[in-house]
Write a protein that binds this ligand. Structure first.
Ligand code: NAP
Length: 373
């Protein structure tokens, strides 16, 4: 089918609503399970036919194997669906080709990246997405749904905020895919946003105390996706993101600053990827069901007044599966406007409250103006 035919076949008229690409990865499989729980029957995609069949066939789900370099197969598959939920990372290697397919075929694009460069690259193509009539919503996993929604909500409480700080704790363990993605970023250092621009800074360049609800703990700055996305969600020009990490990890991050050029070498990355391949695929079921994550945020204005809030939710990968599926569902329901969107600009700050187990608290906020009645 030619690309022009595919574009006339608008998202709302297509036979099967959703393609999950990377469906046999650790997180892709969790998302497939979540879709099945909702009674959906997505098309599954991925580059390895036998791994794909092993996930699809037990549920009798439609599936199609193709690489992202096979433009004809990519377009033919995207042309049959309204939206793709792209789960095959590191996204630095995969997002652009998937986006180009979506632009050619008029298919909504969602992914679970947390990579700052990917958010920035996709944001730069917002006008193309608007022209194609599609939404481009990266980051519909734990990175960045809870932090993004909290950031947007805090900005609503303190509309004059010029400084945003976000922190999280509770990632019990990471999947191989997350670790491979981190290896690809190794040696790049940290990142913050200052006066609207993303700046590279040393790893763990800032530490501070944060109270997630049971007393102050130390968090260290890390380059989380919100350094890119929260600017679009809130307009706040200064953004720092932190994670709660053990003291020895923070010391190691600082100590390894001089090793950054080494970590960027392909041979070192190959060794690290080899080691990651020998680790468990991801957190086990018990960890996913019992784990909890906590997010803290503070939006501060130039006069020092601030809005501070907390958000508690499920374990990170359980969070990702629930959030990504919810975002895909809303996209298929026609929520949101074409162009680049963050989860919070597409679906609102309350998107996160639809995820089972999520609670949100306002700790303090500036007094509201009192208008004469
Ligand atoms: N935002 C979040 O909070 C969040 C949460 C979870 C995961 N993630 C991200 O999602 C990605 C996947 O994580 P995971 O845990 O599912 O990892 P995983 O178990 O390693 O799965 C990765 C999947 O991507 C596929 N893939 C990788 N490179 C590909 C390429 N060039 N072309 C086609 N397919 C490719 C793999 O296929 P093969 O087996 O054929 O290589 C596999 O299906 C990672 O980047 C991770 O950081 C983000």
């Amino acid at each position: 089918m030619a690309a022009t035919d595919l574009q006339q076949n608008t998202p709302s008229t297509r036979q099967t609503p959703l393609l999950i690409y990377g469906a046999y990865g650790y997180t892709g499989q969790l998302i497939v399970e979540e879709c099945l729980t909702r009674g959906w029957r997505p098309v599954l995609g991925g580059r390895d036919a036998s791994k794909l069949a092993a996930v699809a066939e037990p549920h009798n789900l439609p599936h199609v194997a193709f690489t992202l370099g096979d433009r004809a197969a990519l377009d033919a598959t995207l042309g049959q669906v309204s939206a793709v939920l792209h789960c095959a990372g590191p996204f630095i290697h995969t997002a652009q080709r998937m986006l180009e397919g979506c632009l050619r075929t008029g298919t909504h694009y969602l992914d679970i990246t947390g990579e700052i460069q990917v958010f920035q690259a996709l944001a730069a193509q917002s006008a193309l997405a608007r022209e194609a009539g599609i939404m481009v919503v990266p980051g519909v996993g734990f990175d960045v749904v809870p932090t993004d929604c909290l950031a947007r909500w805090l900005k609503e409480q303190q509309p004059r905020a010029t400084e945003l700080e976000l922190a999280f704790e509770g990632l019990g363990g990471v999947s191989q895919g997350t670790a491979h993605t981190a290896v690809e970023q190794a040696g790049e250092g940290g990142a913050v946003r200052r006066d609207g621009y993303i700046q590279r800074v040393p790893p763990a360049h800032r530490t501070r105390q944060v109270d997630f609800g049971d007393g102050p703990v130390t968090v260290a700055s890390i380059p989380w996706g919100d350094v890119a996305t929260a600017y679009y969600s809130t307009g706040i020009p200064n953004i720092t993101t932190y994670a709660r990490l053990p003291q020895q990890t923070i010391r190691a991050m600082k100590g390894l600053r001089l090793a950054a050029p080494l970590a960027r070498q392909r041979s070192v990355k190959r060794l690290l990827h080899w080691w990651v391949d020998r680790q468990p695929a991801g957190p086990d079921e018990e960890t996913r069901t019992t784990g909890r994550t906590r997010v803290w945020g503070c939006a501060t204005a130039d006069d020092g007044t601030f809005a501070e809030g907390l958000l508690y939710g499920p374990e990170g990968y359980a969070f990702t599966a629930a959030a990504a599926t919810e975002a895909a569902g809303r996209t298929l329901d026609g929520v949101g406007t074409p162009g680049f969107q963050t989860p919070a600009t597409a679906f609102g700050a309350d998107l996160v409250l639809s995820i089972p187990g999520v609670e949100r608290f306002l700790i303090s906020a500036p007094p509201r103006p009192v208008y004469p009645s």
